[in-house]
Design a protein around this ligand. Structure first.
Ligand code: 3H9
Length: 716
């Protein structure tokens, strides 16, 4: 053994041929964190000192190659001054230069994924062999930054500026075949032959069959583009990339600019340009928020793992009700391999549920994402039924009938008598108290909420709601089921609206007050979409369903009368009374018309402005800032309350719930990250400006205390 560290080892595998093998002790994936980079540098020094060295093979002993720099170090690393960060990144990139400058040919055998810094290491190596099921890419822009270990320098020199811009600005992982076509890798082989193939290539390079020195020369020179080519390439792509990323995501466009600047520079200068561009992005609030999301995801996964010891895996599931939600749950369960019994009281309901699943699967097949044979297998996993036969063999049953307490209680009690004593029962209610639903059950400990979001196949969050008597084992089983369905579960405690709806309805109430006070809802939608929401509040109400929102807001008003019960009707109730239920019946705040492809398009409907005009005392102009403040403050304060009351376990879980459940702009990181970045002191002062709007706008005492003590929700 020439070198043994905690992240990698170096040994001579044949005379003069050495293998640098990455295998980070105790970690699920290899990363290039500070310690690993130090080891890599030490290993390079050993190799340079090794007299008989002929060639170096880079491998990984894990399922994947290297997942990039260690993202968990980023927020700490990026907190200091920009100049320090430039120095640190440059020092790290210089270690990859040591790899690039080894005095002998080098080959990387890439198994699984090589992403970010992991792929940048591969780019510093002379030749790359990739497993056919492997993927490579530079996903840094998804974290609000761009590559910092030479990716913006070496990739354009290898695959051309146009391809490199596309890879780097999209951040997408690239499949092996696509990487081979553009020349990002030199060979693609079945994973079983990877090591042997890479070694053969290395030996041929040693033998002089391939000119590795010429390759290095090309990688170290400026990119060969004449002025017209350069102008065409960069001008066109800058416009395209800026339009795609939108004004809130600076990283993709900054990446193109960095590539443009360093294209005409030799290596050392180009790397310096990259380090500067990297550090500038690293200091943006977007980078902090997006990196925060990565870390919050880990926190959520860890919180869920706490339940694992109690977990009994779900193998067979059932769903009660074959409506939009029940059908969606059946489809998702079957798609992910868990067979499901779907019960309804009417044959027509069952047929609609199956038709929904069928429609989704046909789309998959048409898009080439599934073979017809697989589609048949998925459909066979959904067994429609009008009675309870087979329910005694299920591990979990999700009730998804109409959102009415009495109906749900009756269905749940009926089902409890049919399932076996160890089975878990869950309700997909969006507002009704789990403890109250449990009051009719014999085994309340084996009951909890499992709140899916519509459409089930697309929305990644599942709220798992603990009632007063829900046991850990019940929560554990429902977490297992949600994970098997490909969802992220977040465990919350019971209260009206649970977590997500509890904080969404104050936002809708803020909207209602804003329109009551004279705002144009079209403008509110536009401003909130520019703020980063996938859709503005009026459009969102139409998508949720005005009738659904009306019923839910009554539950919320009863639960929190101090801030959600108003003397005037909420704006959406005006529409409800006119039977304008939103997208579902084609009229809500907007009118919906099918376009040529059958997709619903929203169009303005002057009737609505008249309807709203009748209740507005006046119309008046609001600035964007006022609209944002009046919309965001009620939601943010309610999130704080939920955290204080223990409805949600941590800032990480709260913010992830918002990002995954209702599309809170990811580049803002969630409500608590938003308050942190705004400054708690500034947030409290802003909320106080709106105190005449009532309790909805009143910061809690502990938030005021946090402001005084200059604390934050997130440590760094
Ligand atoms: C970069 O490289 C910047 C440089 O250009 C310059 C820097 C100066 N760091 O997802 P999994 C954790 S930016 C830290 O369940 P999978 C992950 O959170 C980096 N931790 O497995 C999880 O933790 P836990 C660019 C990481 O097989 C555990 O490993 N790279 C990292 O489904 C298992 O992960 C990326 O953006 C990391 N880089 O998927 C890649 N990667 O067990 C981000 C993973 O506590 N990572 N972990 O929950 C991924 O896309 C996926 O994790 C990957 C594996 C595809 C690698």
């Amino acid at each position: 053994m020439l070198y043994q560290g905690k992240s990698l080892s170096v040994k001579e595998i044949e005379p003069g041929i050495t293998e640098v093998c990455f295998d980070q002790v105790g970690a699920p994936v290899n990363t290039l964190g500070t310690a690993a980079l130090e080891e890599l540098s030490a290993a390079m020094q050993q190799l340079n000192a090794f007299a008989g060295l002929k060639g170096v093979l880079f491998t990984s002993a894990k399922d994947g190659f290297i997942a990039g720099a260690d993202i968990t170090e980023f927020l700490g690393l990026f907190a200091g001054p920009e100049a320090d960060l430039i120095a640190k990144v440059s020092a790290a990139a210089a270690i990859l230069d040591q790899v690039a400058d080894l005095p002998v040919p080098t080959v990387a055998a890439i198994n699984g994924v090589a992403l970010g810094g992991g792929f940048e290491l591969c780019l510093a190596v002379d030749y790359r062999v990739l497993a056919d099921d492997g993927k490579v890419g530079l996903p840094e822009v998804k974290l609000g930054i761009h590559p910092g270990f030479g990716g913006t320098v070496r990739l354009p020199r290898l695959i051309g500026c146009d391809n490199a811009i596309q890879w780097i600005a999209s951040g997408d992982e690239q499949r092996a075949a696509d990487a081979l076509i553009v020349g990002a890798v030199d060979a693609v082989v079945p994973v079983a032959q990877l090591r042997a193939a890479a070694l053969t290539l290395l030996k041929r390079a040693i033998a002089g069959d391939f000119d590795y020195k010429q390759r290095r020369f090309e990688k170290d020179q400026p990119v060969l583009l004449n002025a017209i080519e350069a102008m065409m390439s960069f001008t066109t792509s800058k416009g395209y990339v800026a339009a795609q990323a939108g004004p809130n995501m600076p990283a993709p466009l900054a990446a193109v600019k960095t590539i443009e600047k360093n294209a005409s520079a030799p290596r050392a200068q180009a790397l310096a340009i990259e380090a500067k561009g990297f550090a500038k992005l690293a200091k943006t609030p977007q980078a902090e928020a997006l990196i925060g999301i990565f870390i919050n995801n880990q926190t959520v996964a860890k919180a869920n793992r706490r339940y694992e010891k109690n977990s009994q895996p779900v193998q067979h599931a059932g769903v009660l009700g074959a409506g939009i939600m029940g059908g969606g749950i059946a489809y998702q369960s079957a798609l992910k391999g868990v067979p499901i019994l779907m019960k309804d009281v009417a044959e027509a309901g069952l047929q609609a549920g199956i038709a929904e699943a069928d429609g989704q699967l046909v789309q998959r097949v048409e898009r080439g994402r599934m073979q017809p044979k697989e589609m048949a297998q998925v459909l066979a996993r959904i067994r429609p039924t009008l009675d309870y036969r087979g329910f005694d063999e299920l591990d979990v049953v999700v009730e998804a009938v109409v959102e009415n307490k009495k109906v749900k209680q009756s269905v749940l009690a009926e089902c409890e008598a049919q399932i076996n004593e160890s089975a878990v029962l869950a309700s997909n209610t969006s507002t009704i108290s789990i403890t109250e639903l449990a009051s009719v059950l014999k085994r309340p400990a084996q009951f909890c909420g499992m709140h899916f979001f519509n459409p089930v196949y697309r929305m990644p969050l599942v709220e798992v709601i603990r009632g007063k008597e829900t046991s850990d084992a019940t929560v554990a089983r429902v977490i297992d089921y949600a994970k098997k369905m490909g969802k992220t579960p977040i465990v919350v405690n019971d209260c009206p609206g649970f977590f997500v709806n509890r904080v969404l309805f104050p936002y809708f109430a803020g909207f209602s007050l804003l329109v009551r006070d004279g705002a144009d809802f079209h403008q509110v939608d536009k401003v909130m979409e520019r703020f980063g929401w996938p859709m503005g509040p009026a459009y969102l109400l139409d998508v949720v369903g005005i009738d659904t929102a009306h019923h839910a807001s009554e539950v919320m008003a009863a639960g929190f009368p101090d801030r959600l019960a108003f003397s005037e009707k909420p704006i959406h109730t005006l529409l409800y009374e006119q039977k304008r239920f939103g997208q579902k019946n084609g009229v809500g705040f907007y009118r919906y018309e099918a376009d040529k492809k059958g997709k619903l398009k929203k169009v303005d409907d002057p009737v609505v402005s008249e309807l709203i005009g009748a209740v507005q005392k006046q119309t008046r102009e609001f600035t964007d800032e006022e609209i944002i403040a009046r919309m965001m403050i009620p939601m943010c304060i309610e999130v704080v309350r939920c955290l204080e009351e223990g409805i949600v376990g941590s800032p990480a879980e709260a913010d992830m719930g918002l990002v995954l459940g209702i599309g809170f702009p990811p580049f803002r990181g969630g409500a608590l990250r938003y308050i942190d970045q705004f400054g708690i002191e500034n947030f409290v002062a802003l909320a106080d400006q709106y105190r005449e709007l009532g309790a909805l706008y009143q910061p809690t005492e502990s938030l005021r205390k946090m402001a005084q003590e200059k604390r934050r929700f997130y440590g760094v």
